[in-house]
Design a binder for this molecule. Structure first.
Ligand code: UN1
Length: 509
């Protein structure tokens, strides 16, 4: 189905999954890449063995010194070339993302656009790695802080954004002077291989050595090699809270740094002052986009009692219009879940909703018949629930939307919204300035992202992306997230002929 695209991206359907740049090798287990679109095998990848991993680290150790010595704007130039290449390959890579991961082609293109955007952003930042100048308390002294690269950045990514999250991390890590080692999800290895090829070709054309960007593939065990490895000062990991906790503990034990972007349980508050047309569009896209498999997907809709029945009715109507099927066919709003395990998790969640006293308003189910042979297509669900149910507290990576009623003023809705362990994205639909400002205030939303009259998903790369509490506290992509990829050094220079001590201490010999 995507033979031509694979050819354009330089991917063989039987391929090695370890690379230090242009060199490809691997001696581990076999990973099969299945498309959830039609259940067909796309390719077979040999995963990394411990021996392969050690080789990658050896090459990385040499490359990191060379790369760190290249001036930051010149490193930015490499990232600029990456952005240009991605512009050229956007339709091809977008299609592979759609076919291997199952999101709609539009969303596949959107994901590649995020890669392009972060490259542009990083190029600009490569000339703005500013530190502060500080006035010394001693005469004839100069003080400043400066940022240096950390060395090696390990990147662990999830299947749901199989290319963009690598780009957010790599573009910034690279301009900051780090080299990168990426372990993608074993569910989307070909997307990763495509990205590695694209960057490796650019590095080669610029006569840069092996090891500036490396790829390792495999299961959680391969991830553990990275997290336990003190040669990798920063691990940036995206995935479930359960996975993030493991990563955090292992990296903390060696006092390394982590950047964690974990689960969300994102809500939209709909107040009596909401624009209902915008609310319905924002909610439906947030809940069924990427088949509910974004960490920013809308999971809860917290609606004021005065408009509850109206919103419920409109949503049920909107869900009837949804077309589910091949994500490469632009008529369809929603494609499949990533695999049949994800389907099982969705079915278990539906059973739990009923067991725990929730009421299903829009029925779920697994689609069968022509076009649905992969067994990964499900229907999106709306359930009427109370916020405190155990199942509502969990992040189920599927198109299940919980409808929750609130009464009283906006503070009650905010309390419900904050009353989960996760803290990634949140939104309020209101045309009332007071409600919006209360939501954004210090005692308002406790999430890393808080939007007004926008849904919970689809953040722009220019803002720092991430969240609080069980979401892990990390920030990626825009704003000053680049600082996470660098170490800060404070420098004090004495240009006098005496040696005054700080704090006025006298120490005469
Ligand atoms: C994710 O699901 O891990 O805000 C990332 C969004 C996208 C990124 C989601 N820009 O929905």
């Amino acid at each position: 189905m995507i033979k031509n695209e694979l050819r354009t991206l330089g991917i063989d359907t039987v391929t090695d999954g370890t690379s230090t740049g242009c060199k490809w090798f691997a001696s581990g287990e076999q990973i099969i890449s299945f498309s959830p679109v039609d259940g067909k095998t796309i390719g077979q990848v040999t995963a990394s063995s411990r021996k392969d991993y050690n080789k990658v680290l050896e090459v990385a150790e040499t490359a990191k010194k060379i790369w760190a010595d290249i001036p930051a704007p010149k490193r930015g130039e490499i990232v600029r070339q990456l952005g240009d290449k991605l512009r050229e390959l956007k339709p091809v890579l977008g299609k592979l993302v759609s076919y291997e991961m199952g999101k709609s082609y539009q969303e596949g293109l959107g994901e590649v656009q995020e890669m392009i955007d972060i490259c542009d952003f990083a190029v600009g930042i490569s000339r703005q790695l500013y530190g502060n100048t500080i006035h010394s308390e001693r005469p004839g002294h100069r003080m400043y802080d400066q940022y240096h690269p950390l060395g090696i950045v390990g990147i662990i990514t999830a299947f749901n954004f199989p290319v963009a999250v690598w780009a957010w991390n790599s573009a910034l890590a690279l301009i900051c002077g780090n080299i990168v080692i990426w372990k993608p999800s074993e569910k989307t290895p070909l997307c990763a291989i495509a990205c590695q090829h694209i960057l490796a070709d650019i590095l080669k054309a610029n006569k840069l050595p092996e090891g500036i960007s490396s790829l390792i593939t495999g299961d959680a065990e391969v991830g553990r090699w990275m997290t336990a490895d003190s040669r990798i000062p920063l691990i940036s990991a995206t995935g479930s809270t359960r996975m993030g906790r493991q990563v955090a503990m292992t990296v903390a034990e060696r006092l390394g740094k982590t950047l964690l972007e974990l689960g969300g349980n994102n809500a939209i508050i709909v107040t009596p002052n909401a624009d209902l047309k915008m609310t319905i569009i924002g909610t439906v896209f947030g809940a069924v986009g990427t088949a509910g498999q974004r960490c920013t997907s809308t999971r809860r809709l917290i609606v004021h009692e005065s408009i509850y029945d109206q919103v419920r009715k409109s949503l049920i109507e909107a869900y009837k219009q949804l077309k589910i099927g091949d994500p490469l066919d632009t008529q369809h709003h929603m494609g499949p879940l990533i695999d049949t395990d994800a389907v099982q998790i969705y079915l278990n969640a539906l059973a739990k909703i009923e067991e725990q006293g929730g009421k299903i308003l829009v029925e779920g189910g697994v689609l069968e018949g022509a076009g649905y042979e992969s067994g990964c297509y499900v229907t999106p669900v709306i359930a009427e629930v109370e916020n405190h149910l155990d199942i509502v507290q969990e992040e189920t990576f599927a198109p299940i939307l919980y409808l929750i009623k609130y009464s009283g003023d906006v503070h009650h809705a905010i309390d419900l919204q904050n009353n989960v362990s996760q803290g990634l994205s949140s939104a309020i639909m209101t045309t009332n300035l007071r409600e919006a400002e209360v939501f954004l205030s210090q005692n308002g939303s406790d999430c890393g992202i808080a939007n007004v009259n926008i849904g919970t998903s689809g953040a722009e790369i220019g803002g720092a992306f991430g969240g609080e509490k069980d979401t892990g506290g990390g920030r990626e992509s825009g704003s000053d997230a680049w600082k996470v990829y660098m170490r800060r050094q404070t420098n004090t220079i004495n240009y006098t002929t005496s040696l005054p001590l700080a704090q006025g201490i006298k120490f005469d010999l």
